[in-house]
Design a protein around this ligand. Structure first.
Ligand SMILES: Cc1cc2nc3c(=O)[nH]c(=O)nc-3n(C[C@H](O)[C@H](O)[C@H](O)COP(=O)(O)O)c2cc1C
Length: 336
């Protein structure tokens, strides 16, 4: 019998936060002993909720902020009504918002709508941040940029972000090929001045401590918080994540092909494998030939929450997730 995943977990306290600190030269709002991300983002715990499209809604973002971190609403490709509703559901909590940059470039008016809600931070990933950086800064929101390799790091640094996120390939959802272990150190070495968060595979204190030991000022957490009570993911999707192990994920483009999203080639998505990816991964050109009929079937499966066909974005972290918990308990398990 397969051991319950919880038996594999050891809650050990690692290095104390104060062992990895940096000075706040401004002297303002100084909280000695805390990482730079905490001071800069005005939070108590160095943890940020990943802006997972359609999953990180207002309630989850507010719950993470109430637990001492910073919740980011996942605006994704950008649906104005959805975004308005999620800011409303955040109930005035101090939260931010995240966009897919190449998609925002096609609908830049969505940024105005987000900024009208006075977000504490705006996170951009996957594309050129230059057209948006100044507007975000002028609105008084912190600019968080997620990077996947040296090229995207160099591009990000040009616009002087407040925080960088190094996203390893373990991460759920879209991303690149570089593993977090080396990427984090490389980004840290390139940008000692910019507070840095680690993203990809962090679910508990061990991942948090490892990220801190490698130079991160905090963490950005997606998949673990997808499997929270407050997330907007379907209960069936959460159940599959609890049941799955990390061998069951893959990076693929088949779900983007069938959904009609033309992602830049360098970004693939980490998802749970399912019958659809088993059928089409590696056969993308065949899928494109059968697109019309496959798209109809896919849309119907999504509607009835049939996750043998519909996508569940999730990272290798699923290895270490064995229950759906309230967001505050997840935050506590990761960084006390
Ligand atoms: C369901 C899901 C949806 C995601 N959607 C987005 C998104 O819309 N924009 C974005 O910048 N990142 C998105 N991500 C990636 C996260 O920003 C982050 O890099 C990732 O969740 C971190 O790794 P982890 O999932 O192992 O915690 C998504 C991740 C997941 C799991």
């Amino acid at each position: 019998m397969r051991p319950r995943k919880s038996l594999l977990l050891h809650w050990k306290s690692g290095p104390r936060l104060s062992e990895h600190t940096s000075d706040d030269e401004s002297g303002e709002g100084q909280r000695p002993g805390l990482p730079r991300s905490v001071k800069l983002l005005g939070i108590e715990k160095p943890l940020v909720l990943a802006p997972m499209a359609s999953v990180s809604g207002g309630a989850l973002a507010a719950a993470v902020s109430a637990a001492g971190g910073l919740g980011l609403i996942g605006a994704g490709y950008g649906d104005p009504d959805w975004m308005r509703e999620q800011f409303r559901l955040a109930g005035g909590a101090r939260v931010g918002v995240g966009f897919i940059t190449w998609s925002l470039a096609r609908r830049p008016e969505l940024l105005e709508l987000a900024l009208a809600n006075k977000p504490a931070a705006v996170m951009l990933s996957f594309g050129d941040p230059h057209p948006f950086a100044e507007k975000i800064r002028r609105a008084g929101a912190k600019l968080i940029l997620q990077v996947q390799d040296i090229e995207t790091t160099r591009q990000a640094v040009e616009v002087r972000p407040d925080v960088l996120v190094a996203q390893g390939t373990e991460a759920g959802g879209h991303g690149g090929d570089r593993s977090l272990f080396t990427l984090l150190q490389a980004v840290q070495t390139l940008n000692t001045a910019v507070p840095l968060l680690a993203a990809g595979g962090i679910v508990d204190r061990r991942g948090f401590d490892a990220a801190r030991a490698l130079g991160a000022d905090g963490v950005l957490v997606g998949t673990r918080l997808l499997a929270s009570e407050e997330s907007l993911a379907a209960p069936q999707a959460k159940k599959r994540i609890v049941a799955a192990n990390g061998d069951a994920t893959l990076r693929t483009t088949v779900f983007d092909v069938v959904r009609g999203f033309d992602w830049p080639a360098k970004f693939t998505a980490r998802t749970l494998r399912n019958r659809f990816s088993d059928a089409w991964h590696g056969r993308e050109s065949d899928l494109k030939e059968h697109l019309h009929q496959e798209r109809e079937k896919y849309a119907a499966a999504t509607e009835r929450k049939d996750f043998d066909t519909a996508v569940i974005f999730a990272g290798e972290a699923v290895d270490l997730i064995d229950s759906v918990l309230p967001a505050r308990d997840i935050v506590r398990r990761i960084c006390g």
